[in-house]
Design a protein around this ligand. Structure first.
Ligand code: HEM
Length: 439
């Protein structure tokens, strides 16, 4: 378990920073101790669990045996009232409100809005002849706009992204609140966002009360649904604010990284790229010039989704997360005492040949066959399965469609290192050389 308090935290962080959490930390200990092993991380005795059976056991027993457990800095910055901190009935209520806008029916209406946001983004940042752009950095601007404008219905103003990013930078920093620290900068940024969101929420409330639009229908936008629940007295104003901040955090870097890794893998595997391009050209052939994509079109992007899933298998945007035991737990011959942490990771199954043959090779067609439940877990599982899974999927498919049908592109640094802090990102921002395709 390493030294008292600190335990193996430094080894864990070092491996994370190099994006070698699996190779240097998890795999090394699995070989020594087996699939389930104990360690000490950030002051807590922690049991690291691996394998589909373990994922199923711990993820599906959320609220019964374990509860999600985020670092203190994340809770302070995302807010104590965000969905990730809620449990039981309070979680079910919030999840219900959020899920209505993020379900297939809710998202079907968003497709035209997402398409025009992607087109405007490409027009603004990608067009104008041959050039080199930073794909990952720019995609973050896009995913931020999609979650705020398309999903929540909040207009993005100049400087907003930078303030949100400052909050995100502190989410996993040490919660030390002295002037100039990462955490204190993040706290100040959070205050700025709160002030802005209070105005937006109150304005929305006034407007909805005037129009008696309490159910938020007519717009179908998530902010209206949250404010409708506020008007009905189901949630408080601070719950609206905390959940807006949480949604931006949950959606933004994760989706950008998934897009970046999908394009990187396509660049490394030209055969896969040809198959994917044909899928998109076939969709285009059935459409009039300038006709926009529909939800039905995205359902035809099966191969693209296989490529994206295979990329997320190899490069999960979230490596896993912590739970806390709320009872003594008997698991697989071990007793996990109440209060201990449990860490499940995507790597624990994604890189295991028991679930994925030749796990380090890139093979999108492995997703043609059904995958064992809880073996492919980039979106988690159980009651806390990613609420934005469908939006992430649409965002990825639609963006890839516009990129591959409109641009020729290539990686400038094919072997660009991926780093983690603690979410993964391409260390140079993923420079690519682009040139618009001739019409
Ligand atoms: C590729 C993109 C994404 C990935 C890989 C991803 C991954 C995850 C994972 C692993 C969890 C579960 C965490 C846990 O069990 O502790 C989660 C939860 C969540 N995600 Fe995502 N996510 C993505 C995109 C999104 C988007 C676009 C949204 C919304 C706009 C979103 C909203 C949420 C929310 C609200 C939760 C908390 C659910 C709950 O506690 O009930 N995510 N996500």
């Amino acid at each position: 378990m390493g030294f008292p308090w600190i335990g193996e935290t430094i080894d864990f962080y070092k491996a994370q920073k190099k994006n070698r959490l699996y190779e240097d930390f998890i795999q090394a200990r699995i070989q020594k101790h087996g699939q389930t092993f104990k360690t000490r991380l950030m002051g807590y005795p922690t049991v690291v669990v691996n394998g589909a059976e373990a994922n199923k056991f711990f993820l599906s027993n959320e609220f019964k045996l374990v509860v999600s457990s985020w670092p203190s800095s994340s809770v302070q910055l995302m807010g104590e009232n965000s969905i990730m901190e809620k449990q039981g009935e309070a979680h079910r209520c919030l999840r219900g409100i959020v899920a209505t806008s993020l379900s297939s029916t809710g998202l079907e209406n968003l497709v035209p809005r997402i398409c025009s946001t992607v087109e405007n983004h490409l027009e603004k940042h990608w067009n104008r002849g041959e050039k080199v752009i930073l794909l990952y950095s720019l995609t973050k601007v896009l995913t931020f706009t999609i979650v705020l404008e398309c999903l929540l219905g909040i207009e993005v103003k100049d400087g907003m992204l930078e303030v949100f990013e400052r909050v995100l930078e502190g989410v996993f920093a040490a919660p030390i609140n002295f002037p100039g620290s990462k955490f204190s900068r993040a706290k100040n940024a959070r205050k700025e966002i709160e002030n802005m969101l209070v105005d937006i929420t109150r304005e929305k409330r006034k407007e909805m009360e005037k129009m008696e639009q309490e159910n938020g229908e007519g717009e179908g936008i998530l902010l209206s649904r949250l404010v409708a629940a506020l008007i009905r007295g189901e949630i408080s104003e601070v719950e609206v604010l905390d959940n807006v901040v949480l949604l931006v955090f949950a959606a933004h870097d994760t989706t950008s990284f998934a897009i970046a890794m999908t394009l990187r893998m396509l660049a490394h595997h030209p055969n896969c790229y040809s198959i994917l391009l044909k899928e998109h050209n076939d969709i285009m052939r059935g459409k009039r010039p300038k006709e926009t994509l529909t939800f039905e079109d995205t359902k035809m992007m099966n191969y693209t989704w296989q490529v994206a899933r295979e990329s997320m298998r190899l490069f999960p945007p979230i490596f896993g997360s912590f739970r806390k035991a709320i009872h003594d737990i008997e698991y697989n011959g071990y007793t996990i005492p109440r209060g201990w942490k449990v860490l499940w990771t995507a790597y624990g199954t994604h890189y295991d040949p028991k679930y994925f043959e030749d796990p380090l090779s890139f093979n999108p067609s492995r997703f043609e066959d059904p995958i064992q439940p809880y073996a492919f877990v980039p979106f988690g599982g159980g009651p806390r399965l990613c609420a934005g899974y469908q939006l992430a999927k649409l965002n990825i498919l639609i963006f890839i469609h516009y990129v591959v049908t409109r641009y020729d592109w290539s990686l400038v640094s094919p072997d660009e290192p991926i780093t983690m802090d603690p979410l993964p990102f391409p260390s140079l921002g993923m420079p690519i050389r682009i040139s618009p395709k001739l019409p």
